[in-house]
Design a protein around this ligand. Structure first.
Ligand code: PEP
Length: 253
């Protein structure tokens, strides 16, 4: 059975002290208020991984993620962070292919494939992001666009590798804009993604893959989005920076 997952992507926000306060608040709220079977993933900036991870220990619902990973194993790559480094500070998940990294850091499909392999080689679980820009949606080309993203970065993985992958559908026009995909738009794309994954891997693997929705998800819309058959949770940006909002989203299943 696939996992229900709510992942908070803190992006480039918070100082170290603020990050520790935020994770402590989330830890307490999740302990006190969340009974169901939900995996809560928190992706702080690199320098805070270890400190934030320490405060999450003892709460088995909370799991640590990084927002990026180097495609290289080690060596002369100034400013990069390897999978082994992430693993050594307790990271379990890695966000790969976020639209902001594709856009601002020119990460292409081939690089993302290498990042998937680098994460999997260390036993890290990739959260692979896909999603179309507005012009592709307006041109009704969104299914083909997302299908190609999946094909180009995932289809060369083995079935065993693919078993570790979480997919996040994040339409670019909904990220940080306050404009959410309707639950119907999310459901139809998630069903399409699952169908593509079933073709590439197998039906059981696709059925067991958690597919998260991301894009202006908040406590007011999470319940309806998460009630869709193929929506297994959310990747949350802005609302993950406020403990109350994030905890309320976690409680939306
Ligand atoms: C994101 O960037 O992954 C995201 C979903 O952001 P927001 O929730 O702020 O739209």
């Amino acid at each position: 059975m696939r996992k229900k997952i709510v992942a908070g992507n803190w992006k480039m926000n918070k100082t170290y002290e603020e990050a520790l306060s935020l994770v402590s608040e989330i830890d307490n709220m999740v302990k006190d208020e969340v009974n169901g079977d939900v995996t809560v993933v928190i992706a702080p900036p690199f320098p805070f991984l270890q400190g934030v991870g320490k405060l999450m220990q003892g709460n088995d619902k909370l799991h640590l993620a990084s927002q990026n990973i180097s495609e290289h194993e080690s060596g002369a790559y100034t400013g990069e962070v390897s999978g082994a480094m992430l693993k050594s500070v307790g990271t379990e998940y890695v966000i790969i292919g976020h639209s902001e990294r594709r856009m601002y850091h020119h990460e292409d499909a081939q690089t993302l494939y290498k990042k998937m392999k680098a994460a999997l080689a260390q036993g890290l679980k990739p959260i692979f992001c896909c999603g179309e820009p507005l012009e592709e949606r307006d041109a009704e080309n969104h299914f083909e666009y997302v299908g190609k993203q999946l094909h180009d970065s995932l289809s060369y993985l083995s079935n065993e590798e693919f078993d570790q992958v979480v997919v996040a559908y994040e339409p670019i026009w909904a990220i940080g804009t306050g404009r959410t995909a309707s639950s119907q738009q999310a459901q139809e794309m998630h069903a399409y993604i699952r169908e593509q994954l079933a073709r590439t891997f197998d039906a059981e693997a696709a059925y067991n893959t958690s597919i998260l929705y991301g894009g202006s998800c908040n406590p007011g819309n999470a319940k309806e989005l998460f009630s869709q058959e193929d929506v297994d949770g959310g990747l949350i940006g802005g609302a993950s920076l406020k403990s109350r909002d994030f905890a309320d989203i976690v409680k939306s299943f």
